[in-house]
Ligand binder design. Structure first.
Ligand code: AHG
Ligand code: MN
Ligand code: MN
Length: 332
């Protein structure tokens, strides 16, 4: 029995309705994201049975191997928003150029940024996956084609969040008025509100990082990791390490339990691995709305003015006190 059956649709209509002059487009986008998430979750459940596992044989704009399900998830978002004509442009990890919906209403004023499937190396082994979205408002004059119009700082986001396809499918989003979590009831085919206004612990004892890269990090980063592995019961050390290889799953754990996720820059790759506009920025928006911090280790993620759509950035994200401590180590 669902304790308090508030559906995603009714929540959005009730809580996130913009002032009376609002066109309803924002709510409409959020509901359609919910539909895309359900379609992807269904595909993932059947992934081993229908022929969608493995690679397409292509590489994406990031130079990474494209999995069949990466492409399928991208197509789902395109289909859903093509049918609904409310988003002008879609920027995706899987497409070098923005996809402009030519038949979209001329008034359509939003740009949607997506990592359609996050953690794709988990596909073939039934481990968790995610989808990440960020939403920006475009200026009235923008055709949606010009890269310059789409290079928006994270602080300008009007919405951001993710789907986590784990033991349940959850949808977590913020539009700047708190962070809410919804869980998919698969038989009813509807997301229901499971946690309203998530506030994360100000400190946690979990760290999440690909520690195999230790030798490639700066001394400051190495020192931080060495420090949290010391034994000291007063400061709950050593911290516990958890790493799934799916950014969404790892950050979701940090959101609920506290701690820090790190994907630092490396000596020969200071820009790190993760993408600013559709990975780091929306997750930082969520984490900051929950009382945490999203940082490069040096500056806030969401104060960065992007220079490229597919720009990479180092990411240190999580509980306020943990991230502050990493920043301290990076400074010294
Ligand atoms: P994607 O599947 O969208 O390319 O993202 C993979 C990302 C992220 O999900 C994860 O945290 C990170 O890559 C893992 O990288 P490593 O394998 O280098 O640890
Ligand atoms: Mn990703
Ligand atoms: Mn991806």
């Amino acid at each position: 029995m669902i304790h308090e059956p508030i559906s995603l649709t009714s929540h959005i209509l009730k809580e996130d309705a913009f002032p009376p002059e609002a066109t309803g487009e924002f709510s409409h986008i959020m509901m359609n994201l919910g539909i895309a998430g359900k379609m992807i979750a269904r595909d993932l459940r059947h992934a081993g049975i229908i022929d969608v596992l493995g690679s397409t044989g292509e590489t994406n704009i990031q130079g990474e191997e494209v999995q069949k399900l990466d492409e399928r998830a991208n197509e789902i978002f395109i289909k859903v928003f093509k049918a609904n004509e409310i988003v002008k442009t879609m920027v995706s990890e899987e497409m070098e150029q923005p996809h402009v919906f030519s038949d979209a209403q001329r008034s359509g004023k939003y740009a949607l940024y997506l990592d359609p499937l996050d953690g794709s190396s988990n596909i073939d082994v039934d481990a968790p996956l995610g989808s990440i979205f960020s939403l920006h408002r475009l200026s009235e004059e923008s055709s949606g084609h010009q890269e310059q119009d789409l290079l928006k700082a994270g602080s300008e986001q009007v919405g951001g969040g993710y789907f986590l396809y784990g033991t349940s499918t959850v949808f977590v989003y913020t539009c700047g008025k708190g962070v809410h979590e919804f869980t998919l009831e698969p038989e009813l085919g509807e997301f229901f509100l499971t946690t309203r206004n998530i506030q994360m612990p100000s400190r946690g004892k979990i760290y999440s990082v690909n520690e195999g890269n230790y030798q490639k990090w700066s001394r400051g980063m190495q020192q931080y990791i060495d420090d949290i592995k010391q034994t000291d019961s007063a400061t709950h050390r050593p911290y516990g390490l958890r790493y799934t290889g799916c950014l969404v799953a790892d950050v979701h754990r940090i959101l609920l339990k506290g701690g820090v996720y790190l994907y630092p820059g490396e000596m020969n790759k200071p820009e790190g691995k993760l993408r600013l506009m559709y990975e780091a920025a929306p997750l930082s928006f969520v984490i900051e709305q929950a009382g945490g911090i999203g940082s490069t280790g040096v500056e806030p993620i969401n104060s960065i003015q992007p220079k490229m759509l597919h720009q990479r950035v180092p990411l240190v994200i999580g509980s306020r006190e943990n991230v502050e401590q990493v920043q301290e180590c990076m400074r010294t």
